[in-house]
Unconditional design. Structure first.
Length: 138
């Protein structure tokens, strides 16, 4: 079994730390995203997700967000354009959750846009265990 881990930490303009971890767990890619969400941070995160998924040929992604400041609705629409450019397609199965309840409005909007535009097969969950169960269910 191949296990790879990529971790990037950086400070953004508000001096609040942003940290991402993208790890291959054998049958899915685990993503942990902590801190303030900006379009730049999220774009870099998804570039790393796409890179690792292609490298290990596993397109099941379990995301756990810990958002200090979620993306705005307008930034969410910009985010969908970025995902297309990065190469995120409907072959990616993405289960995502966030510990910040304020993030769910934006995440639910992204889920609807993903489905309409065929960007990725993704769902938003309030519970990590439910997200993982859905993700690994073939």
């Amino acid at each position: 079994m191949l296990y790879l881990k990529a971790t990037v930490s950086k400070f953004i303009r508000t001096s609040m730390p942003y940290r991402m971890e993208v790890t291959f767990e054998g049958d899915y890619v685990l993503v942990i995203s902590e801190g303030e969400k900006t379009l730049e941070n999220i774009t870099n995160l998804w570039k790393e997700i796409a890179r690792l998924c292609h490298e290990v040929q596993c397109f099941k992604v379990l995301g756990i967000g810990k958002s200090d400041n979620p993306l705005s609705v307008n930034e969410s629409f910009d985010h969908t354009d970025s995902l297309k450019k990065i190469g995120i397609t409907n072959k990616f199965k993405v289960a995502w959750t966030d510990t910040n309840p304020e993030a769910y409005a934006t995440l639910n909007l992204l889920e609807a846009v993903f489905r309409r535009q065929g960007i990725a097969n993704g769902r938003i969950f309030a519970d990590v265990h439910e997200a993982k169960k859905w993700l690994l269910d073939d």
